[in-house]
Design a protein around this ligand. Structure first.
Ligand code: SF4
Length: 283
């Protein structure tokens, strides 16, 4: 269409492979996650929808709207919470929740890290942050643009940086605190349109099933599932998006796996109606 005003909603490899928790991304940086809408697109063989608007929106009172937007922006500039979200986005939550005893660690078996500094908002700003981004016209700009120079974990910055839920789901809840590895996991999920929360929680669930002898190496294709292994996490993301080997099982999500493995009543199965819980539940 030759215009930078084109807007695209699309799914990725995970959606085309019908991963149960594949999502839809808008312009690569915004996601409709959790419940597999990307798989719905994939099931209809639709990869992307692009639109180019040509009409103007007829506002009732343009001046009022402009003033309201200015007032709203000023409110956040002067507000500590607004400032905090601008400076850290949601990335400060890992440290804050750890101190409060409400951070998921090892599939929610623990609720704090001994030292949350490696995943603090300040460490994030130092190690990953390149620019602050936001949704259209939002003054807070809580989204993170990152740059990572690393032989294994270098990222394509078009896919943005991890926010709290991803830092917890692909990070602390798997006992991984290497921000660069978490950022790489975030990039892979975003590129393939894997929902980061369901993905991380499904891996954590599988790790605990493995620890408890519910599944064995013969079920995982020889993989030893364990917490704290960043390279394993990254490998499993690739395998899930491609539905390769054990990834074909992970692509079914924790709900269906719990049913298949007969462990729906176990405390390490953390889901509601088959959908893995997010990382902000406390209990
Ligand atoms: S509208 Fe977008 S940029 Fe603004 S606070 Fe919400 S998620 Fe962040």
């Amino acid at each position: 269409m030759g215009s930078n005003k084109v807007r695209v909603a699309q799914t990725g490899l995970a959606g085309m492979n019908l991963v149960r928790f594949a999502n839809i991304t808008n312009n690569l940086g915004h996601f409709n996650g959790r419940d597999g809408l990307g798989a719905v697109m994939g099931s209809k063989n639709v990869r992307a929808v692009a639109v180019l608007g040509t009409e103007k929106i007829p506002f009732h009172d343009v001046e009022f709207l402009r003033q309201a937007a200015k007032d709203y922006a000023a409110t956040f500039k002067d507000d500590d919470r607004g400032k905090g979200l601008f400076v850290y986005g949601t990335t400060a939550f890992c440290q804050l929740l750890s101190v409060a005893g409400a951070l998921p660690v090892n599939n929610f078996r623990r609720s704090a890290l001994e030292d949350p500094t490696p995943v603090s908002g300040d460490t994030y700003n130092e190690v990953l942050l390149k620019e602050r981004k936001g949704c259209y016209a939002c003054p807070i700009r809580c989204k993170r643009g990152i740059a990572v120079d690393h032989p294994k974990y270098g990222v394509d910055s078009r896919y943005g940086g991890p926010e709290y839920e991803t830092m917890a789901a692909l990070g602390t809840n798997l006992n991984i605190v290497d921000l660069k590895a978490i950022a790489k996991g975030n990039e892979i999920c975003n590129r393939y349109c894997l929902d980061t929360i369901s993905m991380g929680m499904t891996i954590a669930f599988a790790c605990e099933c493995y620890e408890n002898g519910v599944i064995k190496k013969s079920d995982t294709g020889g993989l030893e599932l364990r917490f704290g292994d960043a390279d394993l996490m990254i490998k499993l993301l690739e395998m899930t998006a491609r539905r390769e080997g054990f990834g074909d099982l992970l692509a079914e999500g924790a709900g269906r796996l719990a049913e298949k493995w007969g462990v729906k009543d176990k405390p390490w199965y953390l889901a509601v109606k088959g959908r893995s819980s997010p990382c902000t539940i406390h209990g």
